[in-house]
Design a binder for this molecule. Structure first.
Ligand code: NAD
Ligand code: TYD
Length: 350
């Protein structure tokens, strides 16, 4: 029985990773460690939390003593580390939260793993989940490869880049068995509605303006979250120690085109006259230091580990819209309280 610690399992991607591992690997004991920030929601795991192989630990990765004690108590065989502050706009207004959680928190986990494994690394793995944003911003052409130089531009991406460097340094210096993946933008159910797609779905549903930064010309490479979970599975089981794998959907969209595609789906689903939702599009002040384009070359992962995305974007987008429309209660609960204050500060009261 392998004991696997998954951090940030109550968040968007983490909850899909936990569901994937619980459903595919009944022999693993899964520990979900999460402090439950505004982005962490145990409701995301309602369908699997009664499973006898699932355990929840409420803990903050910035608390080194607590993290060390938990590693001593449970003697984890492997770590899949997703816990992070993850939203670029929040990193612009509150960078220190990102520095504590993403950098110090990652260092605490590395130290605890190193101490408990005591250089007997047989069968052990520290898997660090990161983002393509560490590579910076692309112009009109080119792709991020695993050996692209780091050039992070936002406090979020700089904090993730720092954590990646620490993970590699612990491998080089202490031989800690690590693997890193850098993934493009994820979308799907259970994503907190501060990120573009769920925010737009929620606003369209409620006939509120859809805020598009600048001219909507920035480009992102979108991957369905369930496909990110299956890529993490492939890398966890078949990835080479010390290596990095880029994960992406080969699916680039200009923000404005994506929003139009979403508006079309929403008009259809809500029986609205075509064009009604697009009428809500509102261009707003651009994000400071807004990265122009991200695009991932994931051929290393596809060729070496046999992973590929399972669905086309239009299908994934429709599934995502269906999820939000079917989970309006979830949405109502997460947009109450702190969210409203954040929204008003970010976009003004409208
Ligand atoms: P999220 O914000 O939805 O979830 C983050 C989770 O971490 C939450 O459950 C939160 O409670 C928890 N957490 C935050 N601070 C913590 C702390 N100090 N101690 C313990 N738990 C804490 O994020 P997400 O979108 O699911 O991203 C998960 C990971 O994947 C992050 O490391 C992120 O950098 C990376 N990633 C995200 C994307 C994306 O598009 N969302 C793309 C590539 C990589
Ligand atoms: P986001 O979902 O925040 O992801 P990231 O910044 O990590 O890529 O944003 C995706 C793109 O959408 C990004 O170019 C910024 C843009 N955006 C808007 O135009 N309006 C919004 O309200 C948000 C949240 C994002």
């Amino acid at each position: 029985m392998k004991k696997i610690l998954i951090t940030g399992g109550a968040g968007f991607i983490g909850s899909h990773v936990i569901r994937h591992f619980i459903n595919h690997y009944p022999d693993y004991i899964i520990y979900n460690l999460d402090v439950l920030t505004y982005a962490g929601n145990l409701e995301n795991l309602n369908d699997i939390d009664k499973n006898k192989n699932y355990n929840f630990i409420k803990a903050d990765i910035t608390d080194a003593t607590l993290i060390n004690d938990l590693f001593k108590e449970h003697n984890f065989d492997a770590v899949i580390h997703l816990a992070a502050e993850s939203h670029v706009d929040r990193s612009i207004s509150s960078p220190m939260d990102f520095i504590y959680t993403n950098i110090v928190g990652t260092a605490n986990l590395l130290n605890a793993a190193r101490a408990i494994w005591a250089e007997n690394y047989e069968g052990k793995l520290f898997y660090h989940v990161s983002t393509d944003e560490v590579y910076g911003s692309l112009g009109d052409t080119g792709f991020f490869l695993e050996d692209t130089s780091y050039d992070p531009q936002s406090p979020y991406s700089a904090s993730k880049a720092s954590s990646d460097h620490l993970v590699r340094a612990y491998h080089n210096t202490y031989k800690l068995p690590v693997v890193i993946s850098n993934c493009s933008n994820n979308y799907g159910g259970n994503q907190f509605p501060e990120k573009l797609i769920p925010l737009a779905i929620n606003n369209i549903k409620n006939m509120k303006p859809i805020p598009v930064y600048g001219k909507g010309e920035n480009i992102r490479d979108w991957l369905y979250v369930v496909d990110h979970a299956s890529a993490i599975d492939a890398i966890f089981h078949k990835g080479k120690i010390g290596e990095t794998y880029n994960i992406g959907g080969n699916n680039e969209w200009k923000n404005i085109d994506l929003i139009h595609a979403l508006c079309k789906i929403m008009d259809k689903k809500l029986n609205r006259k075509p064009g009604t939702s697009a009428g809500l599009i509102t261009f707003v002040t651009d994000r400071a230091g807004h990265d122009l384009r991200y695009a991932i070359d994931s051929s290393k992962l596809q060729n070496n580990l046999g992973w590929s995305p399972s669905l086309e974007f239009e299908e994934g987008l429709e599934k995502t819209v269906d999820w939000y429309l079917a989970n309006q209660e979830w949405l109502h609960r997460v947009v109450s309280g702190e969210y409203q204050k954040y929204y008003d500060e970010m976009y003004g009261k409208n």
